[in-house]
Design a protein around this ligand. Structure first.
Ligand code: HEC
Length: 198
């Protein structure tokens, strides 16, 4: 008499398991996003970081791209990202599987998020609940899209500026085309940084 009921239980739990797995893969639910004030703060801060790079890149003279030009494009973005993290108690990163600076290689979780942007071209941002270095919190990821103005430094391998070829021997961040996924902004927001929002 025992085995039929065990079997029935197994059969009954199959759809539940399927629903359970599907749930974790689908779009984020409200329980996976932080309180509204925090969510807006993160999303707006990263949107303006992204706008900053796009407007800086649009001003460069592509015929003379050198270290000084770089100082006006991706360098200030990295600086602003670090400053933002320090101000708010977040970890603000720019990560890419095809990185230029090896410090921007994604961790395992960021790699999975990056993969979601590869497989879902319509996805622009994503929140997950996670634990990082023993701290509970949220992680936000936003797509970084290649613009024509990025190609002066992230276009064909042979056309990269001399300073890039020299300073980044491990460079993988070339060969992109307009509209490609360049990488992601990844922000870890520990619960300890959101105290005021509750
Ligand atoms: C003037 C050259 C130049 C232009 C133009 C440029 N970049 Fe970069 N980019 C660089 C360099 C150099 C780095 C490495 C920065 C570092 O050492 O942290 C970099 C790094 C990055 C990174 C960090 C991840 C990594 O690969 O290290 C991202 C993301 C990025 N660029 C995206 C863009 C986008 C998007 C555009 C266009 C809107 C753009 N870049 C335009 C030179 C440039």
């Amino acid at each position: 008499m025992r085995s039929p009921s065990v079997l029935r239980l197994l059969i009954l739990s199959v759809p539940l398991l399927i629903v359970g797995c599907g749930g974790s893969d689908s779009a984020p639910t409200s329980s996976q996003t932080p309180p509204d004030a925090v969510r807006r703060d993160v999303e707006q801060s990263i949107a303006s970081l992204n706008e900053m790079r796009e407007s800086l890149a649009a001003t460069i003279d592509t015929s003379a791209v050198d270290r000084r030009t770089f100082k006006r494009v991706c360098a200030p973005v990295g600086k602003r990202a670090r400053q933002l993290g320090a101000d708010r108690g977040w970890e603000v990163q720019q990560l890419a599987t095809k990185y230029r600076n090896p410090a921007h290689e994604p961790d395992a979780e960021a790699r999975r998020l990056h993969e979601e942007f590869v497989t879902s071209p319509e996805l622009t941002e994503r929140w997950i609940r996670t634990t990082r270095s023993g701290h509970e919190g949220w992680r936000y990821a936003r797509r970084i899209t290649v613009q024509p103005s990025c190609l002066a430094c992230h276009g064909p391998k042979d056309e990269r500026p001399a300073f890039v070829k020299k300073d980044y021997p491990e460079d993988r961040a070339y060969g992109f085309e307009d509209g490609d996924l360049r990488g992601i902004y990844a922000v870890f927001v520990p619960d300890t940084s959101t105290g005021d929002a509750f």
